[in-house]
Design a protein around this ligand. Structure first.
Ligand SMILES: [Zn+2]
Ligand SMILES: [Zn+2]
Length: 259
């Protein structure tokens, strides 16, 4: 399997998983043109994309939904509540024949892959993260969560690749220039994951099988890549896990190879 972070951060999120034949996007928070250009820059073809799985309806995750519906034939994988909320937020209709209904906690077969959405604590209608298993490998993309729950940790066992939110440094956020209501939202139990909470969760799920970790959804205002990296390195010290950072502007690609 191949994983790519096409973009990650508050200005737009899009992840791509591919087995060389099929590509599934997780979220489309940057323009369709950018999605195509970034896939191409990584040597991947936008023509192989057949599905778009939505985590939740915030605009940094579904901003391109209207154009995707008009210009592509991709299937849209979403829970019923996220579908409804996304349609309302973007003023679009997801035709029933293009919708694959997801239910948190229940795996769906997609292109021979096992796609398992699971619930997250975040201030959206029905937010989920994804665990995807294909070709004997397991990956998870986990961003936009206020705190690390036991349910989330349970779904992150025995992974080969983990993409995990490291949104903010609590001190930088507290002392920064965001208005109080926004600070409170981000710090809340249904906001975003701090570096410290990321490290706590990583500690709970770091197992010998885990080969690669990608830190994602870093705030450009309230975090510094070195702080996020340092928090994860503390946990990963002594292990052979490779650590990567997803960026807002520059896509990265990784091969998820079997052990
Ligand atoms: Zn969100
Ligand atoms: Zn987000």
């Amino acid at each position: 399997m191949h994983y790519a972070a096409l973009a990650s951060g508050s200005k737009g999120n899009c992840h791509a998983l591919s087995d060389g034949e099929h590509t599934l996007l997780i979220d489309a928070g940057l323009s369709l043109r950018q999605i195509g250009q970034r896939l191409q820059a990584l040597g991947q073809e936008v023509g192989r994309v057949q599905g778009l799985a939505l985590t939740h309806e915030h605009s940094d995750h579904i901003g391109a939904l209207g154009v995707v519906l008009r210009r592509t034939h991709w299937a849209i994988l979403a829970t019923a509540e996220t579908r409804r909320a996304a349609e309302k937020a973007q003023g679009v209709v997801i035709p029933p024949e293009r919708w694959i209904e997801l239910v948190a906690g229940q795996p769906t077969d997609w292109a021979g892959w096992r796609v398992l959405p699971f619930a997250l604590p975040h201030d959206a209608a029905d937010p989920v993260a994804f665990r995807v298993e294909a070709g004997g490998q397991a990956c998870a993309v986990v961003t936009d969560l206020g705190h690390p729950t036991a349910l989330v940790a349970d779904h992150l066992q025995d992974l080969d690749l983990l993409v995990l939110e490291a949104n903010h440094d609590v001190d930088m956020l507290r002392e920064g220039e965001y208005p109080p209501h926004l600070k409170a939202r981000i710090l809340s139990r249904v906001g975003h994951l701090s570096n410290a909470s990321m490290a706590e969760l990583l500690c709970r799920v770091c197992a010998p099988r885990l080969r690669q970790v990608v830190l994602a959804h870093l705030s450009e205002s309230n975090n510094h890549p070195d702080l996020a990296r340092f928090a994860a390195e503390e946990v990963l010290r002594g292990s052979t896990v490779a650590l990567h950072l997803a960026h807002q502007r520059n896509p990265i690609a990784l091969s998820v190879t079997p052990v």
